[in-house]
Design a binder for this molecule. Sequence first.
Ligand code: BGC
Length: 405
Amino acid sequence: MWRRSKTAHPFINKRRYMNKLNFLCSAILLAGCGGNQQPVTATAETTTAIAAGLLPNPDSFRDTVDGLTTGLYFLHNGNLTAAITNYGARVVSLIVPDRNGNPTDVVLGYDSIGKYIHQPDTYFGAIVGRYGNRIGQAKFKLNGKEYTLYKNNGPNTLHGGKKGFDAVVWTARKLDTATLRLTYLSKDGEEGYPGNLNVTVIYTLDSNGLRIDYDATTDKPTVLNLTNHSYFNLNGQGSGTINNHLLQLYADHYTPVDSTLIPTGKVEPVAGTPFDFTKPTTIGGRVDDTANQQIKFGKGYDHNFMLLNSIADEPSNLPAAIATGDLSGIVMSVYTDQPGIQFYGGNFMAGTNPLKAGKTDGYRTAFCLETQHFPNSPNEPSFPSTTLKAGEKYVSWTFFKFSTK
Ligand code: BGC
């Protein structure tokens, strides 16, 4: 039942050429050809894009953290541009054209490394690990041995613990204009997890979207659940509520949670509940239906959905999710080989963080679609396994594809 799709990502759709981003085509300097982080120098064109407020200034990302150099790397392909920092392997900016061709930054982020380090933890754009989402009571057993983790979310551990992969400096290498490889060695015992874990994340900007490839190996059995924690607003970051976005999730079951957001272990149908997004539905339509206990526990949507593609008898190439910005017409289709997706509707956002371009992160002004294995899987034998053994290779991919309507 829990079969996982082995399909390669199938999207090579050609998209219309849209002129308004053209100046960015030549604007992006290829940063980094060496083995470690290369400081990025802005070209005249990049400077123009920065001055136009479309891209953060790479100077603001040059720093030394834990003795390692941080920087900002630009990827470019056709009408799409991404800015990624090696601090937390975070997507800082993702610029796509709206229905009128206007370049629109669809992810929330900060304009300096200092803010990523010092603002309260939001995981904006980060690669989350070793374990994306929660592990109940911050402990798990593997091969009879109990491992104790850091409780950073009530009684539970969340997103890797005290200092997860979102808060470490990755080694970055630009492979070509559209591809950035990031690697990180998480040492045996780091944050309580066993095994030296070598992780690689490759961001590739396709002509129509951002692909993320993950792989990892360990020298001892461990648990692993990697995801990307981008906060999206398809009308543009900081442009107000996401409650009028349309969302379709290719999932007819989800994993209900207890009051601390740990799955109960049950898998329940979405039919007849506010969790039914099997047809395109506004995010905000039922988000405050507090007669529903799951909505109460999540303070809105903060739940894992079980993806149809992962349980299809044959690989079906179904998306995981499709979201549409009501004002921009930007459509984001998410594809993945993972069995689940965490739909988080920004319920804990409070407008206290200063985003790029002078915006703030108001309540429910962004959503996350985190492709993943299910939360608390190490303690839930009925869920697809998240154990990685020595000698095995963890491989996973997710593709965020953009179009307009
Ligand atoms: C979690 C939320 C959490 C958010 C930011 C999501 O993946 O499920 O509960 O508030 O990340 O940390």
